[in-house]
Design a protein around this ligand. Structure first.
Ligand code: ZN
Length: 194
């Protein structure tokens, strides 16, 4: 009796659901779904070289207000004029790319009352001081006090869509930022030319 050699080719459909991929959709879904695209805030100490956009660019970038739950930061008052100027600059900050990640305030005790993904580049002495848009909330709600040098630079900063700003941006290390839009977390945006 020749039993058919039952070589069941068990192709165990590898449904090992892409564990670890954590491919959060980059779509900023409705407010109710904010947590889906949320990312943990990457933190850096104030005025330290900022490696967020790559080690090479860190030399010309300084971090301001990259706060997380564990951050120890200076508290104090901020001049209303500085706050207002910062608010203006963050209405339409120039970014050579858009970070796909949405960050939520980690300083709020229970529920994050502010979310943001924008970054503002403020030229200062040949460098770019880089703060997240959430800095407004940190100042307003958590009494965060940014370095004086940053506040001075904010008051001196031209409107981010002006030629003067673009000139300063490029002269302060921004040129390197223009070429990193291929990073998978960053989406290319129109170039600065013109
Ligand atoms: Zn908060």
């Amino acid at each position: 009796m020749g039993l058919p050699n039952k070589h069941l080719h068990l192709t165990i459909a590898s449904v090992t659901s892409c564990a670890g991929a954590q491919a959060a959709p980059t779509t900023l879904a409705g407010e109710a779904n904010v947590s889906k695209a949320e990312e943990k805030m990457t933190t850096f100490s104030d005025m330290e070289p900022l490696p967020y956009f790559g080690e090479k660019l860190a030399v010309s970038l300084r971090s301001v207000g990259w706060l997380g739950a564990e951050s120890i930061f200076k508290k104090g008052t901020t001049e209303p004029g500085v706050y207002q100027r910062l608010r203006q600059l963050l209405v339409d900050p120039f970014q050579p790319f858009v970070s796909a990640g949405l960050h939520s305030c980690e300083l709020c005790q229970f529920e994050a009352e502010a979310h943001g993904s924008a970054n503002l580049f403020v030229p200062a002495d040949g460098l770019l001081l880089v703060c997240p848009g959430l800095i407004l909330h940190y100042i307003n709600a958590h009494n965060y006090q940014a370095p004086t040098k940053f506040y001075e630079a904010v008051l001196d900063c031209p409107d981010t869509r002006s030629m003067e700003y673009k000139r300063l941006f490029l002269a302060s290390g921004g040129r390197g930022l223009m070429s990193i839009s291929s990073n998978k977390h960053l989406q290319a945006k129109p170039t600065l030319d013109g």
